[in-house]
Design a protein around this ligand. Structure first.
Ligand code: SIN
Ligand code: FE
Length: 295
């Protein structure tokens, strides 16, 4: 398999400019990797980095789009300090995307910023929730109808620990493998899920198929072990960007990462045909969003 990682040698966001080759690589599902682009934390902030900083009831610490901090243990002063820190990471991530991908301007919707202080390798989870298995991201409760999940990740480990990912095959290959095994979409089921508030809105056929790919990949241990893939070591002080609904990825180990999600309007890509919606529409030969809303 051709490498799915594109290395970019900038050491600050201000050095970045649009590059059509990088845009095409990102939109074909590759990972843009900035080995020298970190995120600056003060000594006081670094001193707060401990697994226990997370409220045990939350999976991550997050700053929502309205600026509300969630999931942090600790009182007022700590809450304010971490809100500021996460806001700076958000601003840096937004600037990175604005410089690299100016064509996405006005098509992005801010999603939460997260701080993940827990160790990946010691988390016990069901197969479906286990992100150590290769998968493409899909939301079971929040249908997105082709809106894209663009993510900026930075390893902020204070003493040099790396984050290790596996990155798998291009999306079209994944889709050609798992679409034939996907359960067919049923509108009545989508309606039942919405009525029961399992989903926040009606699940489109696109959302259904994305979940089928996610589950199909994670469930298949032979695929996990034997499909074409590469292991990538992201050192502390590095950043990487991908469309996580397109890039087949698995987080194998590591601790202390920040992540910013930005939602890109469906069809807002430079090349919409390269997107999961474009590829799945071509492979199935029918419209995968919209029919459910009309019904
Ligand atoms: C994931 O999105 O599957 C996990 C990413 C990470 O924790 O590194
Ligand atoms: Fe994921």
């Amino acid at each position: 398999m051709e490498s799915q990682i594109i290395e970019i040698t900038a050491s600050s966001v201000g050095q970045l400019q649009e590059n059509p080759a990088w845009t095409a690589a990102l939109e074909s599902g590759k990972v843009l990797y900035f080995p020298h682009l970190g995120f600056g934390l003060s000594a006081e902030e670094q001193a707060l980095l401990r697994p226990e900083m997370r409220d045990p009831k939350s999976r991550n610490i997050s700053l929502d789009a309205d600026g509300r901090l969630k999931g942090l243990a600790g009182e007022g002063a700590v809450q304010a300090a971490v809100t500021d820190w996460m806001g700076r990471f958000r601003a840096q991530s937004q600037e990175l995307i604005a410089r690299l991908l100016p064509g996405y301007q006005h098509k992005l919707r801010l999603a939460p910023t997260s701080l993940r202080p827990s160790e990946v390798e010691s988390r016990e989870q069901s197969w479906r929730a286990d992100d150590r298995r290769l998968h493409v991201d899909a939301f079971p409760s929040r249908p997105n109808r082709g809106e894209r999940i663009l993510r900026v990740f930075t390893n902020i480990h204070p003493s040099g620990g790396e984050r290790v990912w596996r990155v798998g095959e291009p999306f079209e290959t994944v889709a050609r493998t798992f679409l034939p095994r996907a359960k067919p979409y049923a509108l009545w089921q989508a309606k039942a899920l919405a009525a029961l508030h399992v989903t926040k809105s009606l699940r489109s056929e696109y959302d259904h198929l994305m979940l089928q790919l996610h589950d199909g990949m994670k469930r298949d241990l032979d695929y996990q072990r034997n499909s074409p893939q590469q292991t990538v070591h992201f050192p502390a002080g590095s950043t990487w960007v991908c469309f996580s609904d397109q890039t087949s990825h698995a987080a194998m180990s590591g601790q202390y990462m920040m992540e910013q999600t930005l939602f890109l309007r469906a069809g807002g890509e430079y090349d919409p045909a390269a997107s999961p919606l474009g590829i799945l529409t071509r492979l199935t030969g029918r419209a995968l969003v919209g029919a459910e809303a009309a019904a």
